[in-house]
Design a protein around this ligand. Structure first.
Ligand SMILES: Cc1cc2nc3c(=O)[nH]c(=O)nc-3n(C[C@H](O)[C@H](O)[C@H](O)COP(=O)(O)OP(=O)(O)OC[C@H]3O[C@@H](n4cnc5c(N)ncnc54)[C@H](O)[C@@H]3O)c2cc1C
Length: 541
């Protein structure tokens, strides 16, 4: 063995960085964090408008693809995940959305004591530094900056006005419990720059002598001795090494990395492990199960004039816009392309909205800025337009992650089984109808040239459903693969300890029993904040 610490954190993403910051704040505790990707920051990741560019690049990216999805007409869906300190927060969309109170009350109702909305709200607040300071709902002294969007592109204003014209409320704080309607989102941003987890949370912690971050270190296995997790085996620069934990090991490698490491360690369904050539060590059949993600589809409209965001990203303007963003933190490069959206009901009788929308001032849903990728995509980008994405936030479809090989370098099989529960398709179709209703309002009249997708020929529910199958895409929120609970398929208990193994916890997006009603980064940071308290408490016991 090469190193030892009180706590070993595996994975330096959103959750890992929050854990490292909290746990190393006590100088008496030594912490080592392993991260598979690079340990430094890429300067251009800071600019919000480049998000759609970077998540498509292979660099700093696990670059996964799902299995062919039968309900998506056999399509494989591209799943980028960040592979650098900061994890997926290095190139995520930065939307700060906590979900609604019932998301957490449901976790508590499943028997997870301490996870009700009232219980978790202080952890959301502790992490947050909201631009408008401390309130009953928001934190003002945390390390992760949160800034409400105030975009200047006129299409955003038209969208909010169209929402009002269509009869929807304009929500001023999308993280308040009452949030049905159209809105500008809050963002993990400050001064026009991304506030990613590593940049925000490790700023102080990195220089602490009791925290060591080992980057380019890919964990391959947890080593158990007598039912206790004692070491992590990892590969770095072609060498296999080990790091030991005196107190505990915390897996925070995300909803894909964490179950993969557990399975590679022989912790999972013994039958599956034998099938792929891993010796079963601990029977925990729920590892990799309960894989769930958000999926949405878009209505795309061509605009009359050169009003979309593309205008600002033309080569001649991009240089000056980048300079402006760099020097003053202002201008179109400093604004998120998904500044507006909202939450809607697909059917009556629900207490909280079950659909989320993202309005984008381009008719494509991601923008690649300077590297050509396909000629067709380039041509599409050149056409001005706008789009409205809509999808269910509490999907019922559940899939599974399994190993494809005992080799840690081989990506696991990702099968989210999108739309396998028919209610998800029905809700998406209703969502597209709401999107069309909003986009048809007078506020868009000065801009509207015509719908290009799905187009005027696609009107019936059956036609819309086929359009969803053909085009729906991930919202990049896989969670749930090491679910918290106390039943046979649960992987961790309410204190996030892996069932049946001492000294091993999971703290990241994989512990979510059900997906939250919105984007998943803020809930993941909350999970890490709460985990850090539980670890510190158990440490003292
Ligand atoms: C393109 C994109 C857009 C998104 N947009 C939003 C958004 O707008 N708002 C929002 O709230 N959420 C968004 N998300 C989701 C959000 O980023 C994730 O929910 C969040 O990052 C999950 O945090 P995590 O700590 O569980 O995992 P991650 O942040 O993914 O971190 C996992 C870390 O573990 C490391 N790791 C993995 N395996 C190993 C291993 N074997 N050894 C060592 N290290 C390992 C990884 O390299 C990574 O650094 C988006 C995600 C993507 C990819």
């Amino acid at each position: 063995m090469n190193d030892i610490a009180d706590i070993v954190i595996v994975g330096g993403g959103s959750a890992g960085c929050a854990l490292a910051e909290r746990l190393s704040a006590d100088p008496a505790r030594t912490v080592i964090m392993l991260e598979a990707g690079r340990g430094d920051q890429h300067p251009l990741h800071a600019f919000p408008v480049l998000t759609g560019h970077f998540y498509r690049q292979k660099q700093d990216n696990w670059y996964y693809h799902t299995q062919p999805q039968p309900e998506l007409n056999g399509r494989e869906v591209f799943w980028p995940r960040g592979k650098r300190l900061g994890g997926s927060s290095i190139f995520n969309g930065m939307v700060y959305a906590r979900g609604n109170p019932d998301d957490y009350n449901r976790w508590a109702q499943f028997g997870n004591h301490g996870w009700s909305y009232e219980d978790v709200l202080p952890y959301f607040k502790r992490n947050e530094r909201h631009q408008h300071g401390e309130t009953d709902l928001h934190g003002g002294a945390g390390m992760v900056h949160v800034t409400p969007a105030r975009p200047r592109n006129p299409l955003f204003k038209a969208y909010l006005e169209a929402g009002r014209q269509a009869g929807y409320a304009q929500v001023s704080d999308i993280n308040s419990p009452d949030r049905a309607g159209v809105c500008y989102y809050d963002f993990h941003m400050s001064g026009g720059r991304r506030s990613n987890s590593a940049g925000a949370l490790l700023r102080v912690a990195r220089s602490r002598p009791n925290l060591a971050i080992i980057d380019r270190a890919s964990a391959t296995r947890i080593v158990l001795k007598g039912g206790r997790a004692v070491e992590v085996e990892y590969r770095r620069a072609g060498e296999t090494r080990r790091v030991g934990a005196r107190r505990e090991i915390v897996l925070s490698s995300g909803a894909i990395g964490t179950p993969q490491i557990l399975l590679l360690s022989g912790i999972g369904d013994p039958e599956h492990l034998r099938e792929v050539g891993v010796t079963p060590v601990h029977d925990l059949p729920g590892v990799g199960m309960n894989l769930v993600d958000h999926l949405d589809a878009s209505i795309r409209v061509l605009s009359q004039g050169p009003v979309s965001l593309i205008r600002e990203l033309r080569v001649d303007r991009l240089a000056s816009n980048l300079t402006r963003a760099l020097m003053f933190g202002t201008g179109p490069v400093s604004e998120s392309p998904i500044s507006a959206g909202g939450f809607f009901f697909s059917r009556p009788g629900l207490r909280y909205p079950d659909l989320q929308a993202f309005f984008i001032p381009t008719q494509i849903t991601g923008i690649s800025v300077w590297l050509p990728y396909t000629a067709r995509a380039r041509r599409m980008e050149a056409e001005h337009g706008y789009s409205l994405r809509m999808g269910p936030v509490r999907p019922q479809s559940r899939g599974r992650l399994t190993l494809a090989s005992p080799d840690p370098d081989v990506a696991p099989r990702l099968d989210p089984r999108y739309l396998s529960d028919g209610s998800d398709l029905a809700a998406t179709v209703e969502g597209l109808k709401i999107a069309r209703k909003i986009l048809a309002q007078p506020a868009f009249e000065p801009f509207r040239k015509g719908e290009i997708a799905p187009g005027p020929d696609v009107m019936s529910d059956a036609e819309l459903a086929e359009f969803v199958r053909e085009t729906a895409n991930t919202v990049f929120h896989p969670v749930g693969t090491a679910r918290m609970g106390s039943d046979r398929l649960a992987v961790v208990d309410e204190r996030l300890r892996v069932h049946g193994i001492a000294g091993l916890r999971v703290a990241d997006a994989s512990i979510m029993p059900t997906i939250t009603s919105g984007n998943t980064n803020a809930p993941t940071l909350m999970i890490a904040e709460k985990a850090a308290d539980m670890i510190a408490m158990d440490d003292r016991a």
